[in-house]
Design a binder for this molecule. Structure first.
Ligand SMILES: Nc1ncnc2c1ncn2[C@@H]1O[C@H](COP(=O)(O)OP(=O)(O)O)[C@@H](O)[C@H]1O
Ligand code: SF4
Ligand SMILES: [Mg+2]
Length: 330
């Protein structure tokens, strides 16, 4: 594994079976939620993952954390392929891999106090008890900008932003090396979003944590990420350095997504042309042949319905899966 790589994902696929029959469940089809995705994340780095709803972002995050077991592919962490490990073998590694979800209210037990919520991972996965335990809770509350007296409060007594801070404190409890942030800002007001972005940034600087930052919001991802991956219908379409992808998107899908984002500079904004994609995202049960984007692609040509483009380097590490670029030809 390359130096400083915290986690490496190779050719990850997750197909959900669709079954029919009341008693004898028979598989009649599959949802190809994720279909051959590869990337690596380095220490202290944020990889943003964008794409429309339903393109497979959450499924990637859950497969990486082994909350879903992948259909095929590898998730390499500390030299081991997590997909090959059983629950007992995974337990000591799980503490280093954490998650912050979209809606903190859904993911926090309403009958637990803040101290219970933050302390639960410590209870399960550490020997810290007694006054050390209380000190660690106070420390974690402080790290995420909450006051020590809030330890005895219940989730409904916190504001939305404070609840997300609580979710972050819980994720930090066991000093993880990697956190999947799945739409962590989507349930929050814009003014609060900036606070949580700053908090995640600070924690990364302080502890060198690597993030997989999942969001459908391209502006938020631009702010948060060092590199950005664009997914469509279970596949990675483009993967590059943040500034490179926002300045010179290569994939027609990325170009369309970015054309819809307002630009703060009025002179540039005036010239912005929105690329409107025809039709809806097709079903991942029966994805289109060839390039899965071809039925909606404004630049599609004959070969696009026949050949599957590969995600390949089109120059200086800017990877793209599109037949317009000869490097992507299978
Ligand atoms: N547990 C599941 N069972 C069946 N299909 C699922 C399940 N979870 C997700 N899917 C399907 O997989 C696809 C990708 O979903 P998801 O990963 O949630 O996308 P995103 O996070 O990008 O919105 C969608 O078509 C969704 O309906
Ligand atoms: S391969 Fe063809 S259909 Fe797919 S993005 Fe490129 S031009 Fe469009
Ligand atoms: Mg999702």
């Amino acid at each position: 594994m390359a130096e400083n790589v915290v986690i490496e994902i190779n050719n990850l696929a997750k197909y959900f079976p669709i079954t029919s029959g009341l008693f004898f469940k028979k598989k009649v089809a599959e949802v190809k939620a994720v279909d051959g995705v590869s990337f690596a994340i380095h220490r202290g780095e944020t990889l943003g993952l964008v794409g429309e709803s339903g393109c497979g972002k959450t499924t990637v995050g859950k497969c990486v954390l082994q909350l879903y077991r992948a259909t095929s592919g590898e998730v390499i962490f500390e030299g081991k392929n997590l997909c090959d490990l059983n629950e007992n073998q995974l337990r000591p590694l799980r503490r280093k891999l954490q998650v912050v979800f979209q809606d903190p209210y859904d993911s926090l037990n309403p009958r637990f106090t803040a101290a219970d919520i933050i302390g639960e991972p410590l209870q399960i996965n550490s020997d810290i008890r007694g006054s050390d335990f209380d000190r660690r809770i106070a420390e974690l509350l402080d790290i995420v900008g909450l006051a020590p007296y809030m330890a005895d409060r219940y989730p409904h007594e916190f504001s939305g932003g404070q609840r997300q801070r609580l979710g972050v404190a819980r994720a930090l409890a066991l000093q993880p090396e990697f956190i999947v942030c799945d739409e962590p800002l989507s349930a929050l007001d814009v003014s609060i979003q900036a606070q949580i972005i700053n908090l995640l940034d600070d924690l990364q600087d302080k502890f060198g944590i690597a993030y997989l930052f999942i969001s459908h919001d391209l502006s938020v991802v631009r702010h948060m990420s060092d590199r950005v991956g664009v997914m469509y219908l279970g596949k990675m379409m483009e993967l590059s350095e943040r500034d490179e992808i926002y300045k010179s998107p290569l994939h027609p899908y990325t170009q369309a997504l970015l054309s819809a984002v307002p630009i703060p500079d009025p002179a540039v904004e005036e010239k912005r042309k929105v690329i409107v994609l025809k039709g809806e995202v097709p079903s991942p049960i029966n994805p289109p042949s060839g390039c899965v984007f071809h039925p909606r692609c404004p630049k599609a040509f004959d070969d696009c319905s026949k050949l599957i483009p590969q995600l390949k380097d089109a120059g200086s590490g800017h990877e793209v899966a599109c037949l317009l670029y000869k490097t992507s030809w299978p």
